[in-house]
Design a protein around this ligand. Sequence first.
Ligand SMILES: NC(=O)c1ccc[n+]([C@@H]2O[C@H](COP(=O)([O-])OP(=O)(O)OC[C@H]3O[C@@H](n4cnc5c(N)ncnc54)[C@H](OP(=O)(O)O)[C@@H]3O)[C@@H](O)[C@H]2O)c1
Length: 277
Amino acid sequence: MTRTLLITGCSTGIGSCCARGMKARGWRVFATARKEADIARLKDDGVESLYLDYTEPDSIAAALADVLAASGGRLDALFNNGAYAQPGAVEDLPMAAMREQFEANFFGWHDLTRQVVPVMRRQGHGRIVNNSSVLGLIAIGFRGAYTATKFALEGYCDTLRIELAGTGIHVATIEPGPIESRLGQNAALAARRHIDMENSVHRDYYKHRFARLEQGIGNTRGQLGPQAVLKVLVHACESARPRTHYHVTRPTRMAAAARRLLPARLLHAALARAGRS
Ligand SMILES: NC(=O)c1ccc[n+]([C@@H]2O[C@H](COP(=O)([O-])OP(=O)(O)OC[C@H]3O[C@@H](n4cnc5c(N)ncnc54)[C@H](OP(=O)(O)O)[C@@H]3O)[C@@H](O)[C@H]2O)c1
């Protein structure tokens, strides 16, 4: 029987690559996006596609209902992936920015996951894969909102894994480091939307940093293509013994090791330098 997979955030970057890549491996992929044009493009490429915005609970319920209607009630794997990165120093983040960030990157993921777990319990198996980040392992400056959602996600997934032990449902997190995508450009939009640059003590940093983000210039040291995430998603969905965590890229593996080995003061001094880049 063809296995079914629901992936969110498939307009660009990792989601787009994984939707097409998993379909090519024989999975029946349901890929979600938010813009009509993106949904149409996915459909043109032969990927079943529907609308889902994590900040709209009705769209989550409707998308899952459509998937289950099409698959005869079966969902073998869920890849929570759609998210964005709200930049800005913690002291400059208005409440609205923080709330929006958690709606998109955390609460919406919980909403969908909570509705998928009973489906997987009924069928006696399933894979829940969540796209976290190297910033779910370590923190750097000016990424407080995004980092908070990814740290929350790590704790959430560890808890869920414990609670689902023995049910046949496996929970994995993927921690990508720098991956080629539109994350930087989308972060620049979020920055312009919410950060009052002119009146911030960090004005000079923002001018430099946000202009670079808009031009798609990020820190590309150790960056890989989205295929690197596809590779571990395949393992998380297909292996008989999926891992709990997948550290993708060298910077992520180095960050994970540094967190284990370095005293907090040394680690934070090193990360303070990284946050300024
Ligand atoms: N690229 C990296 O270096 C990197 C590193 C660590 C972790 N990640 C994680 O990888 C995942 C994918 O990001 P990406 O790098 O592929 O970036 P991307 O190219 O910007 O793609 C993000 C996707 O998420 C969607 N999205 C944004 N807000 C959403 C919402 N409220 N509801 C549903 N979907 C939403 C976007 O849709 P629209 O096009 O409609 O905005 C887009 O399809 C994210 O979870 C991100 O945190 C990426």
